[in-house]
Design a binder for this molecule. Structure first.
Ligand code: ADP
Ligand code: ASP
Ligand code: MG
Length: 411
């Protein structure tokens, strides 16, 4: 007997028939003698619909009420799922985040899980019930409903798997696993059989939305074996596991893109100690995560500061910059939402040279201008104009021969 956590994303539970079909799959596992915890997302499109509704009420929706609204989509699917199981003659119980006691901090819309009480789930397992938990939500110390950020149901699933010491956490989605790039953008994308936690962390943080980044952090920290696979086939998917020797032989294992960032430039700032701190402290205090930062010296006493922020935080970041610009005596500031970040990722980059230069050359040959670059040990990212995203992804995928299982060195 195994304890299995299975998470099904929005497209997997998009309508009543799909929910019934997911329930059949889970029941098969339960009949085989396994203890099942199922985590569900809202039906596809529902969370987006709530976001739009909220914006019809308030330009910047009140965070507490926003979470109250956004968390409702998952309540619908878990209840329907439990009904489908009961209709088939088995026992199931649906639980909201606050009923389980998935405790989070109080940062509405991007709360972090701090602790999970597993006692109620264990009690229901003793009664032979399939336990179905609402993804994406929790409860703060002061008893408020919180949500974990878009895509957060993956994190609910992995955090539950860690807390319950599950044998495996299966993430069911609309593609067959983790691919060398988004299969919906590049038809040559290839499914990866196994990938290290570290590479997956980079891919997820750089835009491969197939897994929420915090779910991968949990999996790495608590050593949860993660299996990403398709809801609609029985094919083996991708295992996200510890790094092994074979993984290091590939310089690049994936290409990602992220269109959900915006760039802000503060121009002609007096180049004095403390300027960066004055700009970035209030931004950090607002819970906004700054990504790529570039400082350009214009002359001996003037500098430009350019950085990127998540698109969802852009308006708030611009409001903060407007206040700070005066204080630091900047001449002007501007923003650009039409940017994208394209990245290549691979643990093998540590011991292969020339990978970044190949990326720059490929983009140049396509006439794509790079406005910002950032690197780490296992990734290179370039900020480009958004309209070139798909072209850049496909060209890089071709150049690094990612459609081949064992690519030779890049052309
Ligand atoms: P779910 O609703 O099941 O959580 P998501 O839409 O969040 O599904 O994630 C699955 C989607 O992630 C795929 O349909 C695909 O378009 C996208 N995606 C982006 N990059 C990758 C990648 N490298 N591998 C697989 N899917 C990817
Ligand atoms: N329903 C939420 C969203 O659309 C959470 C999730 O699906 O993971 O972001
Ligand atoms: Mg998702």
């Amino acid at each position: 007997m195994a304890l299995i956590v299975q998470k099904f994303g929005g497209t997997s539970v998009a309508d009543p028939e799909k929910i019934k079909s997911v329930a059949r799959r889970v029941m098969e596992n339960a009949r085989a003698g396994n203890q099942m915890v199922v985590v569900l997302s809202a039906m596809a499109g529902e969370t987006n619909r709530f976001v739009e509704l909220a914006h019809q009420m308030q330009k910047q929706p009140d965070p507490r009420e926003f979470d109250m609204l956004l968390s409702t989509g998952e309540q619908v699917t878990i209840a329907l799922f439990a009904m489908a199981v009961k209709a088939a003659g088995m026992e199931a119980v649906s639980l909201l985040g606050d009923q389980v006691k998935i405790k989070t901090d109080s940062r509405h819309t991007k709360a972090r899980i701090k602790e999970i009480d597993t006692s109620l789930i264990k009690k229901h397992h003793q009664d032979n019930k399939i336990v179905v938990v609402a993804g994406f939500q929790g409860v703060s110390e002061d008893n408020q409903i919180t949500t974990l950020g878009r895509g957060g149901s993956d994190t609910t699933a992995v955090a539950l798997a860690a807390a319950l010491q599950a044998d495996v956490c299966e993430i069911y989605t609309d593609v067959e696993g983790v691919y060398t790039t988004d299969p919906n953008v590049c038809n040559k994308a290839r499914k990866i059989d196994k990938i290290s936690y570290d590479e997956m962390l980079e891919l997820a943080s750089l835009g491969a939305k197939v897994l929420d980044i915090r779910s991968v952090s949990f999996a790495k920290r608590y050593n949860v074996p993660l299996h990403v696979r398709s809801t609609f086939t029985d094919t083996e998917g991708t295992w996200v596991i510890e790094e092994d020797k074979q993984m290091e032989s590939l310089p690049v294992s994936g290409v990602t893109y992220n269109k959900n960032e915006a760039r802000i430039t503060i121009s002609k700032v007096p180049d004095t100690p403390g300027t960066a701190s004055k700009i970035f402290t209030p931004i950090a205090d607002a819970g906004i995560v700054v990504d790529v930062i570039i400082q350009n010296t214009r002359s001996s006493d003037l500098t430009d500061m350019t950085f990127t922020v998540p698109l969802t935080d852009y308006d708030q970041a611009m409001e903060i910059v407007a206040k700070v610009a005066d204080d630091i005596k900047a001449e002007s500031y501007s923003g650009d939402k039409d940017i994208a970040k394209v990245s290549i990722v691979g643990v093998g980059m540590r011991n292969h040279s020339g990978i970044a230069t190949t990326m720059f050359r490929v983009l140049a040959e396509e006439g794509i201008n790079i406005s910002m670059i950032s690197t780490s040990e296992i990734k290179v990212s370039c900020v480009i104009e958004e309209k070139y995203t798909e072209l850049a992804v496909r060209s890089l995928h071709d150049a690094f021969k990612l459609d081949k299982e064992n690519p030779a060195s890049p052309e």
